[in-house]
Design a protein. Sequence first.
Length: 264
Amino acid sequence: MKTLIALAAAASLTLTACGQGGESDATAEAGSGLGLAQEGVLVVGTEGTYRPFSYHEDGSGDLVGYDVEVVEAVAERLDLEVQFQETQWDAIFAGLEAGRFDVIANQVSINPEREEAYLFSTPYTVSPGVVVTSEDTDDITSLADLEGMIAAQSLTSNWYEVAESNGAQVEAVEGWAQAVALLEQGRVDATVNDKLTFLDYTNERPDSPIKIAVETEDASLNAFAFAQGKEELVSAVDEALAELEADGTLAELGEKYFGQDVSG
């Protein structure tokens, strides 16, 4: 393992010495596992345009969102300040590799390809796929029931493949907003998307006449992403996330943004 001095020099993350009194287990881990440094700042890459995860209220207010508050809570546990660097999605992994920031907080889904290139924290959101229908529909209770139904789907989404492979007649749309509008108008039978998208929408519009008719077995696991070589930082973040789960912080943030705990 690299020495603490070499690790601190290589990482853009810098930590101040941890105080003696009242420090959390995660803070102690950060101090012993990452070594002393100078800045005490966790640099976070995020889009800033991805509601409800990372966005500016009213387009120009403070940076807010579920991912923003989760990473801020983690940093507080590690006795770090947070500095956000807003970056377009297409450039966000390149920025991580170039050392522009220490971690990506932007609903990064864990998949085999990414696991080969990056390190990941414990997932802090778990989102299965769902089939959404009008609230008075009772003839869709499984993916197989999409056979012959009209499903509104973006043709560039993996949810399009789910709908089509289960026999749905696909009505092409640009995205969720258009799909749900068609569903509410009764012009399509269903749409397939991830559960977080549905929860965000119904949290903002509780009177929308739609429901989850089917929940898939496979779920998307979303986590913080790190460059290779940041194993000790990942370990410290994981411990902080465990504490935030244990004390109910993650559940509270899920309730705030989605109306329920989405951490697992």
